[in-house]
Design a protein around this ligand. Structure first.
Ligand SMILES: Cc1cc2nc3c(=O)[nH]c(=O)nc-3n(C[C@H](O)[C@H](O)[C@H](O)COP(=O)(O)OP(=O)(O)OC[C@H]3O[C@@H](n4cnc5c(N)ncnc54)[C@H](O)[C@@H]3O)c2cc1C
Length: 324
């Protein structure tokens, strides 16, 4: 039986939430289309993660456990995935739209003669077509795209689907793979991560995001306090990244990260289209802005009109009390 193969991105020894979301949707599509569900996991810990993939419905898990894959370099990842695709012969490969997937998907498609539908918000199979909807024009519109190619790669935006378990007892196939390190033309010098006590922005269920209205260190401290109380990752608009108040890694939007948490606080952010392109898919948006006509209120679920230096201390105190 042909399959839908889900490439599982791994971070800190776990399959990323965004991959599990994509896998949960792939399971539904596979079941509707009469296909089986399989998973691809790379890296020296791939064997240990097979059972996690099975708990989300993967009937067959293909692993390549060579440690060269722990380095997050494109060349070995490309070769390993190509080997798995040749072994698995799937009808479709689905992956979370992470930065590393964006890096390799085009090259992988050329190697495997596949069509690519990248960065989609929805996907389904309709007859022999894979049909997707993809946010375009800074997420103002959804474009419908489809492909009837025999092999289609789909990358799915984080937060587009819920991750849900559906355990099966599957099989594991360790795919033979060798890679000559001497052919590498890149070297991994350093992995730069945000502080270990902070939450990963792209995987966070709650994001507190700061804009120009947050203004200075005292505003940043209030935002940090709200993030600590709610267990949130901290994001920022480009305006406050440019002032140096927040790091470039926190920028959300068209030229920053795309997030879709359950809860997004927009503090002192006007809601320019270049910012909302990166967060409009959030489930609940709480906007705090002193300008009642700020465009962010057009997409907010809840709006608090007022000075964030007045509102945040009250909100933080109330949330802390409720939590206690
Ligand atoms: C090609 C291009 C790409 C871009 N990419 C991005 C991107 O990826 N991400 C991004 O964010 N931007 C991006 N921008 C910039 C974007 O257009 C906006 O300039 C930016 O998002 C504005 O940030 P802001 O909302 O923080 O600031 P502003 O637009 O200045 O808004 C500040 C808001 O804070 C409110 N405010 C002020 N003081 C307070 C207070 N004390 N309490 C409560 N509210 C207060 C104001 O009423 C205002 O609404 C891009 C622009 C271009 C041209």
């Amino acid at each position: 039986m042909s399959s839908i193969l889900v490439f599982c991105s791994v971070q800190d020894g776990r399959i990323k939430r965004s991959s599990l979301e994509a896998m949960s949707r792939a399971r539904e599509v596979a079941s509707e289309a009469g296909l089986s569900l399989s998973a691809a996991i790379l890296g020296s810990e791939s064997g240990n993660l097979s059972s996690e993939a099975m708990s989300y419905g993967a009937e067959q898990v293909f692993t390549v456990s060579n440690p060269v894959l722990d380095s997050h370099l494109n060349a070995p990842a490309l070769s390993a995935l190509e080997s798995i695709i040749r072994e698995a012969s799937p009808r479709m490969m689905v992956a979370a739209s992470t930065e590393s997937v964006k890096d390799i998907l085009g090259a992988l498609a050329i190697r495997c003669d596949a069509a690519v539908l990248p960065d989609v918000a929805t996907f389904e199979m309709s007859g022999n077509q894979v049909a997707c909807q993809r946010p375009v024009m800074a997420a103002k519109k959804l474009a419908s795209t489809s492909s009837a190619h025999p092999l289609v790669f789909v990358s799915v935006r984080s937060g587009s689907y819920e991750a849900s378990r559906s355990p099966v007892s599957g099989t594991v196939t360790d795919v033979p793979f060798s890679f000559d390190d001497a052919t590498l033309r890149q070297a991994l010098r350093e992995v730069v991560t945000t502080a270990s006590d902070t939450v990963d922005l792209s995987e966070a269920r709650v994001v507190v995001s700061a804009g120009r209205g947050v203004r200075d260190e005292s505003g940043r401290a209030l935002v940090q306090e709200l993030a600590d109380i709610t267990g949130a990752a901290i994001g920022a608009s480009r305006a406050v990244v440019e002032t140096g108040l927040f790091p470039a890694t926190a920028q959300i939007g068209q030229t920053g990260k795309v997030v879709s948490p359950d809860l997004y606080f927009a503090v002192g952010i006007s809601g320019a289209v270049q910012h909302t392109a990166g967060m409009a898919n959030s489930r609940i948006i709480v906007a705090i802005n002193k300008d009642a006509d700020a465009p962010i209120f057009d997409i907010a679920t809840y709006g608090l009109v007022g000075d964030c230096f007045t509102i945040l201390p009250l909100l933080n105190a109330a949330l802390k009390e409720a939590k206690d």
